[in-house]
Ligand binder design. Structure first.
Ligand code: G6P
Length: 367
């Protein structure tokens, strides 16, 4: 992948569009399609002996870690601690034998994450690193190096690195589950099948670019925007709000859909668009009922769901974005696309510097 914008107006858009390819490229290292197995570089420790995982990262990489917490606990039944790196050391976390500390970073150089890594090592933890720059400091210091193959990411707001991180983390969750004796061959085969469907589903999601662009001007006029999601799609609400803040400078907050009634619902009126991320699946009805609480208060909802979800609940929404129908496992990977595109088009509508937003740096190497 060459480092120019190609036909795209911004690096960010180019990087959004690269996702079907780079996610496929990344999955190749972690999924053996013919054997119908997930795989990892062989760690120099016994994955099956891991009793606890501490996930540490910053920014968008932190939200990838937050999705992974749901996966590791659900599939491998391994308890997970999750911290932003700047908090990790200073809260004096308890790290016992059999702990794996997992660091996620696009650059592999973020100062807080690196310091957290060294702290975890000094506490006797095994160190796994999901990183996009293979020559980075974090890559060198890992016991288990899990590269993403997103290629160079130039836009300050992370996009393709995030979905590649999710792909690696899903495979890691499955590997951990297998090592723990919690994944039989049939279930593993299913996971491989779902993961292998991700690149095509991302392509399907990109097909909605124009309709997302069409609604961007409405969001661009808002002062505040709320994002709601549940379960593994809750971190996507946080990521959506982060993306919007970063590049459009609109105040945005992500909330667990069920937590909205404990505060943010007070903000709802016709001037606060609410983006609801609700793929079909076990949590759909719950999220929809939270969405209806918004609508009952005059809130303007943009519902992101699949065809069935939109048929079931799209009626009173200001707008809907139809995603391909995917298995809940890969929904966070696929639903990242509309969230990125929405932030992108809103920023373009506002005329901000999309690739180099004010006050932000691609890699933060100071504490
Ligand atoms: C900066 C970037 C973000 C990124 C975060 C973590 O804030 O602007 O896009 O998510 O750092 O960076 P890392 O390289 O550790 O993933």
């Amino acid at each position: 992948l060459s480092i120019d914008k190609g036909n795209h107006r911004h690096f960010m858009l180019k990087e959004i569009y690269e996702q079907p390819i780079v996610v496929a490229q990344t999955l190749k290292s972690y999924v053996r399609r013919l054997e119908e197995q997930v795989s990892l570089p062989i760690p120099d420790f016994d994955l099956g002996a891991i009793r606890r995982v501490s996930i540490v990262a910053c920014g968008t990489s932190f939200y990838a870690g937050m999705v992974a917490k749901y996966w590791f606990e659900q599939f491998a039944r391994v308890p997970v601690d999750l911290d932003v790196a700047s908090e990790f050391r200073y809260r004096e976390p308890v790290m016992e034998d059999g702990g794996l500390a997992l660091f996620i970073s696009q650059s592999g150089e973020t100062a807080d994450t690196l310091a957290a890594l060294r702290h975890a090592r000094s506490e006797g933890q095994k160190i796994a690193v999901v990183v996009n720059v293979p020559t980075s400091t974090m890559a060198r210091e890992a016991d288990l190096l899990l590269p993403t193959h997103a290629g160079p990411e130039i836009g300050v707001a992370s996009t393709k690195a995030f979905t590649c991180q999710l792909a690696v983390l899903a495979a890691l969750a499955a590997n951990l589950a297998r090592a723990k004796g919690r994944l039989d061959a049939k279930a593993e085969k299913e996971i491989v099948r779902h993961l292998s469907e991700a690149p095509a589903a991302i392509n399907g999601a990109l097909a909605y670019d124009e309709s997302i662009e069409a609604m961007a001007s409405v969001i661009a006029g808002a002062r505040d925007v709320l994002y709601l999601g549940r379960g593994p799609d809750y971190p996507l609400a946080l990521e959506g709000a982060l993306k919007l803040k970063e590049i459009s400078y609109i105040h945005a907050e992500g909330y667990a859909a069920g937590e909205m009634k404990h505060g943010p619902i007070a903000l709802i009126d016709e001037n606060v668009p609410v983006i609801v991320i609700a793929p079909s699946g076990p949590l759909f009805d719950k999220t929809v009922s939270n969405m209806q609480e918004v609508q009952a208060r005059g809130g303007k909802v943009v519902l992101i769901s699949d065809y069935d979800g939109i048929q079931a609940a799209g009626e009173n929404c200001m707008a809907t974005i139809t995603m391909p129908k995917v298995h809940p496992l890969i929904a966070p990977i696929v639903y990242a696309i509309p969230v990125q595109l929405l932030a992108y088009h809103v920023a373009v509508a506002k005329g901000t510097d999309v690739d180099q937003p004010r006050n932000l740096a691609k890699s933060v190497t100071v504490e």
